[in-house]
Design a protein around this ligand. Structure first.
Ligand SMILES: Cc1ncc(COP(=O)(O)O)c(C=O)c1O
Length: 396
């Protein structure tokens, strides 16, 4: 295997899921959001550990992601959070997925497909309370629910919304969204329409807005060990980063003063330097914006990335570490010795958020898992001490 890989600590994910379950409390179920290949961590192993640790639902963006989970043998409820094209209705029905809908026409397509298959599909109506992305305006929720009630193969399973700003210091807009959501839920109650599950909370809301927990919470980024609002503040609960992006030095060379490194000659050595080359580049998800700005951990110390990050390789100035040799490990995200580079630190340098840094780690980077069985395979149901308790939700 190439030395460049992402090491996933399933124990860290388990701890983060346990925290989400504790915060959710006994009244709310936990949906582990595993879209985008579990934010780059690998959907099936993450889903298994999350379910074993107490999550009862999984959330994905598109039905194709859920199909991968079903093929991996995962039978829990899975909600497709994103909108679908008519052609995707078949996948939703055949894999027994729950679907989020913002448009009654989508419900019609699902109803037709479900009737053809002799099945029933569970839908979650999405209300746009202020995100401005997808969702029905609150005044259209009641007519949409009436419409669903007329479709024989459709069951209304939930009412949901998504927060735009739950990580903000000012809670006012999240509170306003909650009030709009509660009003929409009340309108359905007043009409005698039963909504089994109301849900709204992403990681930020779960951590910061206890009133938003309702019947189900949908944490994503916190399960991977990152705080939704960036670097941890003193009062934030401890999360456990689950991903370590590492490689090994392929070459070390001495470079004389005046020589340049990499494309565009953006780094010119002002003195004699030692340069290590590492086999990881922007095609692997290392942001090119780290050129001449980022760092790698080598022999437990920080060393600067010099010159432009290339597609497949990057150079590191190891002048301060004369003992460095080819084969030494270099860490781009994660811990080495007493030092740590967090996904948030990388995100800050790249002008983005930890979410993007994690889910852009490319398919060329193999994921390895701890713990594994003797054959190196992640456990199918990891950490048996906690029994799988999915009793609060119906299953396939
Ligand atoms: C509808 C929905 N719910 C929950 C989440 C999880 O959000 P986070 O990763 O911020 O916890 C997402 C992610 O974007 C989402 O789109």
């Amino acid at each position: 295997m190439r030395e460049t890989r992402a090491e996933i600590d399933l124990g860290a994910i388990r701890e983060n899921v346990l925290l989400a379950c504790r915060l959710a409390g006994p009244a709310a179920q936990v949906m582990a959001v595993v879209k985008a290949d579990a934010y780059g961590h690998g959907a099936a192993p993450v889903a298994r550990i999350a379910l074993a640790a107490g999550a009862t639902w999984l959330g994905v963006a598109v039905p194709e992601e859920a199909a991968v989970l079903r093929e991996a043998g995962i039978q829990s409820r899975i909600l497709v959070l994103g909108p679908i094209a008519t052609e995707q209705a078949e996948l939703v029905v055949d894999h027994g997925l729950d679907q989020c809908v913002s448009d009654p026409a989508q419900a019609d397509a699902l109803d037709r497909m479900a009737r053809r298959r002799g099945r029933v599909v569970s839908l979650h109506l999405k209300v746009d309370t202020g995100m401005g992305r997808v969702g029905l305006p609150p005044r259209e929720v009641r007519p949409a629910a009436d419409h669903l009630a007329r479709l024989p193969a459709i069951r209304l399973a939930g009412l949901m919304t998504h927060f735009a700003d739950a990580d903000a210091d000012d809670p006012a807009f999240t509170q306003e969204q909650m009030a709009r959501f509660e009003a929409a839920a009340q309108a359905l109650r007043d009409a005698g329409i039963a909504v089994p599950l109301r849900h709204a909370a992403n990681s930020a809301a779960l951590l910061l807005h206890p009133g938003s927990r309702l019947d189900l919470v949908r944490p994503g980024i916190m399960l991977y060990g990152c705080h939704p609002r960036g670097a941890r503040r003193p009062d934030d609960p401890v999360l456990h980063p689950a991903l370590r992006l590492r490689t090994a030095i392929t070459q070390v060379k001495d470079v004389t003063a005046g020589s340049s490194i990499s494309y565009g000659r953006t780094f010119v050595a002002s003195r004699d330097v030692r340069i290590a080359t590492i086999p990881i580049g922007y095609a692997d998800g290392l942001p090119r914006l780290l050129s001449n700005r980022g760092q790698a951990l080598v022999r437990g110390r920080r060393a600067p990335l010099v010159g432009r990050v290339c597609m497949d390789m990057t150079m590191v100035d190891v002048t301060a570490l004369p003992e460095v040799r080819a084969g030494d490990e270099a860490v781009l995200i994660g811990r080495q010795g007493d030092e740590e580079i967090t996904a948030d630190e990388v995100a800050e340098l790249a002008g983005t958020i930890s979410y993007e840094i994690l889910c852009r780690i490319g398919p060329r980077v193999p994921r390895t898992y701890r713990p594994t069985d003797a054959a190196g395979v992640p456990p199918a149901v990891a950490f048996p001490p906690k029994p799988l308790d999915n009793s609060r939700g119906p299953h396939l």
